[in-house]
Design a protein around this ligand. Structure first.
Ligand SMILES: *Cc1c(COP(=O)(O)O)cnc(C)c1O
Length: 369
């Protein structure tokens, strides 16, 4: 029997232990911890990688969303459209600028449904926050069409989709700003919390830089507005800068694993799989997650657990509209339906082909027995 945890945190460090140790001791020895060269270097590297004008490192992905909304002046009295199938952080960022999250259905690929989006527009709607979930970009032609027709701002929650593309354009580069999270289990993960905002707009970039550092203008240090302490620290930035060099390899590995799952699971009728890596030429998916829908899901998970295979339910098994205490709209029958079936299979670059074969064999055994 194999032991395949859902995500292998210790392996993340072990993978390139010597390189990480030398980076960490170098940053520590320099005594340059906050807002120093390592941060600037990483911001430049990520801007080059994504071909955007500005990257601003922040404390985490949630703050990247919150600061994006503030920089776009979204606030009191505004409604922001966001899918219910997302991390509560997306809605929390909207709530904390004083706006109201209005939850929208997702489509068959688990990303925001364009017709449902259109139906939720009111006179108070100010912005759309599409979520580029599981490493796949939403139909951004559809999102931008709705936004342009209704004069709405687009803030992308691209926290799960660094490097994913739609029509050859990177996630995070469609809206006013895009956001990333460097939480350890994210495709580009650091050893703690981290995040970034990207934008091509000079005025928005300037506001984000000011808000992330106590409202201080980086040119003269004068406070221009109330801000936060929300900076990406230098140790994490230096680690991320190294990891970015290996990023394309990591993505290729994830896509290869998704192909194995596709090949070995697509004949099982009880499963609904995510789109395969080369099934749609408009999408380049990076497989942050491999989210399937499974009949008899809870028994499948228990069976796999007994075989040493860890799976999880994204968001603990709940979509945002199901958190009663938040008091948000619940008219989301399709999202409700998939919430009973969705689950994540392991997918990360440290998995071997044999690991993935073993997972597939066991899933086949469960449904065939
Ligand atoms: C990870 C994530 C975030 C932000 O998470 P942080 O932990 O704050 O970095 C936001 N939205 C989605 C969809 C995410 O998956």
């Amino acid at each position: 029997m194999k032991n395949i945890p859902f995500f292998n945190y210790p392996a993340l460090f072990a993978q390139r232990k010597n390189e990480y140790n030398s980076i960490i001791s170098k940053v520590l020895a320099q005594g340059a911890y906050i807002m120093q060269k390592d941060l600037q270097d990483f911001e430049v590297s990520l801007s080059e990688y994504l071909n955007v004008k500005h990257t601003i490192g922040v404390a985490d992905g949630t703050m990247a969303l919150l600061i994006s909304l503030m920089a776009a002046d979204v606030g009191e009295g505004d409604e922001v459209l966001v899918p219910s199938h997302t991390f509560v952080a997306s809605a929390a960022a909207i709530h904390h600028v004083g706006a109201r999250p209005v939850l929208v259905e997702c489509a068959k690929d688990h990303l925001i449904d364009i017709d449902a989006l259109r139906r939720k527009i009111t006179s108070r709607t100010r912005a759309i926050m599409p979520v580029q979930l599981n490493g796949r970009v939403s139909d951004m032609v559809g999102v931008l069409k709705v936004a342009n027709e209704n004069n709405l701002i687009v803030i992308e929650d691209s926290c799960q989709a660094l490097g994913a593309k739609f029509d050859d354009k990177f996630a995070g580069t469609f809206g006013s700003t895009g956001t990333f999270s460097f939480f350890p289990a994210k495709t580009l993960g650091c050893f703690g919390d981290g995040g970034a905002v990207i934008t091509d707009k000079d005025d928005i970039a300037e506001k984000v830089r000011i808000i992330r550092d106590h409202g201080r203008d980086p040119r003269d240090g004068k406070v221009k507005r109330f801000g936060f302490n929300s900076r990406l620290d230098n140790i994490q930035a230096a680690i991320l800068n190294l990891k970015l060099k290996y990023y394309d390899e990591d993505i290729s590995r994830r896509r290869a694993i998704a192909s194995i799952y596709q090949e070995r699971l697509s004949n099982i009728e009880a499963l609904f799989l995510p789109p395969a890596p080369n099934s749609d030429e408009r999408h380049f998916d990076i497989y942050q997650n491999y989210e399937i829908e499974a009949d008899d899901r809870d028994n499948l998970r228990e069976f796999l657990q007994h075989r040493g295979i860890g799976t999880i339910l994204q968001w603990g098994g709940f979509m945002i509209h199901q958190f009663e205490e938040l008091g948000l709209n619940k008219d989301l029958p399709f999202t409700e339906e998939i919430s009973k079936k969705f689950m994540l299979l392991p997918i990360h670059p440290m998995l071997s082909d044999e690991d993935v074969f073993y997972i597939c064999e066991n899933i086949n055994e469960f449904y065939c027995a």
